[in-house]
Design a protein. Structure first.
Length: 192
């Protein structure tokens, strides 16, 4: 399940899928800490406290000025509704590669096609909350256009300066996962 950008750049995307709620019946892979698939479970099983490890992808989008794009999570989201979060974040579906999930999620959430950006894998880590455990694959890219956030997946998005991000930390505006990832991956030092 390792990400190979050369293979994934050829991914063909169909029409943009927009959702207004997550389905508890979606299937996710159960993985070990190296990403090897051990089985499957539903979204509902992944988020009910079983703490079975499942993979997710995050893409942090910087512009050339060093600002970082964040999306505002839709109010219907099960986890952290209405908070600002990474530009794109989503689950890897069962049978899908990390690269396929990244391309799909980026297109669904902010409208970028694979030929419009080049993701770079920063690393991966295990994140645990009260309801779940995720193997998080963290990518970054630079994009100087204007993302097109999904009207149903998000309530919009914008580029944030370093100063704005530092000022927002600890004030219940950003998701706790984003705040931890920002520090863990040293994101603000990647900006100009």
């Amino acid at each position: 399940m390792e990400y190979n950008i050369e293979e994934e750049r050829e991914l063909h995307l169909g029409s943009r899928t927009l959702v207004s709620q997550d389905s508890g019946k979606e299937l996710f892979p159960v993985v070990d800490e190296n990403g090897a698939v051990l089985g499957s479970m539903t979204r509902a099983e992944a988020h009910c406290g079983t703490k079975r490890l499942h993979p997710v992808v995050h893409l942090h989008v910087f512009n050339s000025d060093g600002a970082l794009y964040l999306q505002c999570r839709a109010p219907w989201k099960e986890v952290q509704p209405g908070k600002w979060d990474t530009a794109t974040g989503g689950h890897v579906d069962y049978g899908e590669t990390v690269g396929e999930a990244l391309s799909r999620e980026v297109y669904e959430e902010i409208g970028l096609r694979p030929d419009e950006y080049v993701p770079r894998l920063l690393g991966k880590y295990v994140y645990e909350s009260d309801i779940e455990r995720e193997l998080v694959y963290v990518f970054v890219t630079t994009f100087d256009g204007e993302p097109s956030p999904s009207a149903t997946e998000t309530t919009g998005g914008r580029f944030w300066t370093k100063d704005e991000l530092y000022a927002a930390v600890g004030h219940n505006l950003l998701t706790p996962m984003f705040e931890k990832e920002m520090g863990r991956m040293n994101l603000l030092n990647l900006a100009n």
